[in-house]
Every structure is written in structure tokens, then in C-alpha cells.
Design a protein around this ligand. Sequence first.
Ligand SMILES: Cc1ncc(COP(=O)(O)O)c(C=O)c1O
Length: 418
Amino acid sequence: MDLLAQDAAADRATMDRYRRYLSAGRAALGEMFGGDIEVASEGAWVRTSTGRRLLNCGGYGVLITGARHPRVVAAVREQLDTNPVATRLLLEPTVGRAAEALVATAPDGLDRVHFACGGAEAVEAAIKLARANGKRRLISMDNGYHGKTLGALSVTAKPVFQDPFHPLLPGVAHVPFGDAAALAAELAAHPGEACVIVEPVQAEAGVIIPPAGYLAEVARLCRAHGAFLVLDEIQTGLGRLGYWWGAERERVTPDVLLAGKALGGGVLPVSAAIAGAAAFAPFDRDPFIHTSTFSGSPLGMAAAHAAITAIREEDLVWRARWLGELLTEEIDEIVREALGDAVREVRGLGMLIGIELAVDGLAGELLLELVAAGVIANHSLNSANVLRLTPPAVLAHEDVDFLLAAVETAARAVADVL
Ligand SMILES: Cc1ncc(COP(=O)(O)O)c(C=O)c1O
């Protein structure tokens, strides 16, 4: 068998294994996107088994530092060669260093950290902190996304994800995002008992940016009604919005701030719940009340510390802000020119950009065409008509040019079949 034939056979085996051992639905989706098999990544680019290069503006917002950032890779390698997994009986240095670095980025007063791996785990930790602080009622926002473990799913207010899994947590209410009056009414019904969980910009809902002042008003209402505030910045934090945290835009200090995705530097899964001393007191008192084997594992902590350092040293927060503004404007112009009224809105903050289409099915078509043109983007889990771009902040000028050209090619291809 020649090399090309060997590669094709290996790709078919990958597809077969998905079908047989993982998920037939996932395999079918892979086929729909052209059957490309990714095998390597570097910076903003992903390489497939056939040598195709794709610009990665997807990856669910993980890659603000790009893939395999050299600083993160070096730190993880060094940790791998010294102490990858801790005994958890002795103390170990990486977790303290990562916590200190993370706290230095967070709003003043948030100086305690519980580390986890996936985002939903950090959400679980926040819900447990709320309960341990006496807040047993949860309020989340319509179309908000907080993950799919049972606790997190209870606040991910989307019937398609919730319905097969009832009963979920009791005492959960959902109110419209951006509607402070609806939140005020719900809070007034349960004084002193509630925990509100909210994203500063709803990402999976299709990049929904609330009215100016909303987040500050949510924080004010929580204080006024004795409620706990959890700000879920798993997708928006660490520079994605062109700020270290969305909280910063409205000078909000929640009781708990959640981080994930970018925190592992695009190399390892790391998430965190960052809290003030009072909110964190139950975990401070009893180190065994909420534990998990890989929480704060040295490998992940080396990645997190290096990721935060890279974001700071390379000014990626600032880069995300101005690159995001430029991209949002240019993309708006390109898709409107090609698709006219079929585009409802292009909106974004930093490197979280949504293209909302006015015609059902078109966001999917645009995603397919973008992949064909060499760009990976995201669908939005809670909004079928919004295509989401989450490029890394390390995009070079040539990458920006490539992205805009691909958006134009894809939009024109979609326009041809409209
Ligand atoms: C705002 C937000 N919270 C929580 C999560 C869940 O994170 P994970 O998928 O790592 O569990 C996500 C994932 O997209 C998210 O966007």
C-alpha cells in the first residue's frame, strides 16, 4: 500500500471507531463536514491527516492563546518530567502559584480558588458553595449555558437538553436575560434564599450582549435581596471579550466567578471557581467537603499558570479587543454584501463574534461553507441561527486576511443557493 492509501485507510478506521465505539451521530456529523481528520495543531491552525490546514476560529472558545502555545507546552513538559500528579496528602507548589496568578487577574476581593477540570464541574462547585451559604433556590437566564452535569444542567435552561433527564435540581427558576425587572420580581419572591447564575455575554445562546448596565444592576439586585451571585465566565473570561473578565466592564464583583476553557492554555482541561473569603468559607473550613481526584493537578496547574502569564505578557486581552472590533466590522460588511437581508445581525465583543441569519438552516450552510473554505467555526448550542467565531487572540495579519477571504467565499457560496 502506498502512503496515500495508508492514510486513507487510517482515516476510514478513525471514522469506523467513532461509529462503533463512540457515537454514530458524531461520526455522521464528521462525515457531513467533509470527513477531515485533525491530527496536529499549532497557534491558530489545525492540520488534517491529508495535510489540509484550517484556521481554527472554533474550538468552543478554548484557544485564546492559540494551540500549543510554546510557554504552556514548555511548562507542561517540565511538570510532566517532575511531578505530573500530586499525592494530595502533601502540599505541592504548582497549585498555589496558579491560584495566585488567577486571583491577580480577578476583581478585588475574589481571592480564594477551587480548581476543577471541566467547566460544568466549576459550575457544580459554585452551586454547592451557594447551598453551603444557605442559598437553596437557583435563578438562571433563559437560553443561558452552564454545562450538562445534572446540577449545571438544572441551570442550563434549554428543554432539548433538560427534558430527557428530569428530575433535575428543585427550586430553579429561569428569567429572561437582559431583563432586570423580571429578575427583581423573582428575587423579591425569595429574599435571602437565592443564587443567581449569569453570563456577562451569553455565548452559546448566540452571542447575546445585554443592555449596558445590566450586569451592574444584577449585582445590585442580588445585594438588595440577599442573593448570591455567580458569574459564569467559563467562555467569556481570560481575555475573550477584550477584558480579563466581563465583570470588569461593569465593575462587578460577584460572590463566585467561574473560569474554564482558556484557563488550561489550550493544552489541558482546567476550570476554577474563584470566590471571596466569605462565600468560600465552607470550603476553607473543611478541605474534604468538596473534592475530586484531579482538582488542582500539577500538570493542569502548570498549564494554567503559563496560560495566564502568556495572556499577560503578550497583551492578548488588548489584542482580543482591537482585533475583535476590526473583525466584527469587516465580517459585518462582507456578509451583508453577499447575503443582504438574510443576515439579521453581526455582533460581538472582543473575540466572541456571532453572525445571526434570518433564514432557518442558513447558519449550518454557512458553517459547512466556511469549513470548505478553510475555517473552523462554532455552531451555537442554544441558538440554531447563530454562527459563532471564537478566534485566538494570536491571529497574525495574514490569518486575519485569510479569515476574511474565507468568510467572503463562504457567504457567496451560500448566497448562490439562496
Ligand atoms: C458559559 C459556559 N459555562 C459552562 C460551560 C460548560 O463547560 P464544559 O463544557 O467544559 O463543561 C460552557 C461550555 O460551553 C460555557 O460556555
